[in-house]
Design a protein around this ligand. Structure first.
Ligand code: XMP
Length: 434
């Protein structure tokens, strides 16, 4: 293994992720693990040079204060206990000070006390994960649901490097993807990277199921359930799959709740797994933060527009084609969204704005086209910035860009005669309209 590691033991601190980032910022790889690591689990973590026992306000579990397992306490490795006094052999401090003072303290601990080397780079991370995945999987087969989003794409690229054709990727096109997306997934993974890719065009299946359904939550449920059904059908056709790979990343784990921290919102790839799951999981990105996942994708040679893709909801255009989805309105939405994305790229806004897209409401307004009255749909532009998607501010798009987008949409997209610009922050408006 190429990288040294400092393990942070989660004893109820809310700052563990920050500490991990701080240590990685000093050039040493750091992972966060639960307090009850067994000897076997600990042995499976490579190159551990020391522990930070990170106590804090959430240190009670079922009415009992959490404490590190004996495997941790008897490891003989250096330990720094932060706000935790149940480990007499550890150096104890009340908290890690802010700023340079805290950095200096961590530097002393990780380099002087633990003797760790500053050898955390993306290349070393990839090399280590490749080796770990090979150890875990052996000669067996792995299945991955490849949505084309950043996380699943990076996992696919990493696993291809590790196990090549032992990996099968399944890309389900539910008919609600953006223009060019399924084609890009096929191009990049099947043609450029030579992956085993099963491409399923399930558009008709999804749109038939969704016909006439206007309630947003019903739409979401139908899309989610149908997705699992299609994926399972494809999985059943494949022989001898024993592992399921997932693009779980560290923020998914935090939000789904660790042993000591409460659930923010459950993520499907963490908390929502079926109980009778007969696969073992392969999750090589589970300790990475989003920016590190992108850096990993770039280091693996994925194209920028895949690695820096804006967030896109699972139900896709389905929650932007408001009310009951029809094929013609969905097509108008997809085209208007493609124009918006292209003009954002032309204006250099694509990397600056967090999320930007169009919405097509289920209503028509009167307009005039070719000297005749027309009744067509409006397209609504939404562009927002946010840190955590809980609140959001709108991006102030320059007028000339708005004019260009409007002109292109009303002349190039059949069925749209009007373009509106959503000025609403969150709250009160959510980012999506449904
Ligand atoms: P809202 O609309 O709640 O969205 O302000 C916050 C963020 O979550 C995304 N979003 C979803 N993502 N499935 C997803 O995977 C969904 O059903 C869903 N609904 C909203 C939204 O795009 C935004 O980034």
């Amino acid at each position: 293994m190429k990288q040294d590691m400092i393990v942070i033991i989660d004893l109820g601190s809310e700052e563990s992720a920050l500490v991990a980032r701080e240590i990685r910022g000093l050039g040493v790889y750091s992972e966060i693990h639960p307090h009850d690591l067994t000897e076997e689990q600990l042995a499976a973590i490579p190159n551990v040079k020391g522990f930070i026992l990170n106590g804090g306000p959430n240190n009670m579990l079922d009415g009992v204060a959490v404490a590190p397992s004996s495997a941790i306490l008897e490891s003989g490795l250096p330990m720094l206990a932060v706000d935790f006094d149940g480990a007499p052999q550890a150096r104890q401090i009340k908290s890690i000070p802010a700023g340079e003072e805290g950095k200096q303290l961590l530097r002393e601990f990780i380099f002087d006390t633990c003797g760790a080397q500053a050898n955390w780079t993306m290349e070393n991370f990839i090399a280590d994960q490749v080796e770990l995945v090979r150890q875990q999987v052996g000669g067996k087969k792995v299945l991955l649901a490849l949505s084309g989003g950043v996380d699943s794409s990076v996992v696919a690229a990493l696993l291809l490097k590790a196990i090549g054709n032992q990996l099968t990727c399944v890309h389900v096109n539910h008919g609600l993807l953006r223009k060019g997306e399924p084609e890009q997934v096929v191009q990049v993974f099947r043609h450029n990277l030579g992956a085993n890719l099963v491409y399923v065009d399930a558009t008709d299946r999804f749109l038939d199921k969704l016909a006439g359904v206007a309630d947003p939550e019903k739409k979401r449920k139908i899309i989610g359930a149908e997705f699992i059904r299609v994926f399972e059908e494809e999985a059943r056709k494949l022989d001898g799959i024993q592992f399921l790979a997932q693009g779980t990343i560290y923020p998914d784990i935090i939000e789904s709740g660790t042993k000591t921290n409460k659930v923010v919102k459950s993520h499907h790839n963490v908390g929502g797994l079926p109980e009778d799951l007969q696969f073992q999981l392969v999750e090589p990105l589970r300790q990475l933060f989003k920016d590190e996942v992108r850096a990993c994708g770039t280091a693996l040679g994925l194209p920028d527009d895949m690695v820096y893709r804006q967030p896109f909801p699972g139900p896709g255009l389905g929650v932007r084609c408001l009310g009951a989805i029809t094929r013609d309105r969905l097509e108008a939405l997809r085209e208007s969204d493609a124009i918006l994305r292209e003009e954002f790229r032309n204006a250099g806004l694509d990397r600056k704005v967090w999320q930007y897209f169009t919405i097509l409401p289920d209503l028509r307004s009167v307009g005039v086209r070719d000297n005749a009255r027309c009744e067509e749909w409006p397209a609504i532009i939404r562009a927002v910035n946010t840190v955590d998607a809980m609140t959001a501010e709108i991006e102030e798009i320059p007028w000339p860009v708005l004019h260009t987008i409007t002109k292109r949409i009303i002349t190039q997209v059949p069925g749209i005669n009007r373009v509106c610009y959503d000025l609403t922050p969150k709250p009160t408006g959510t980012i999506e309209w449904e």
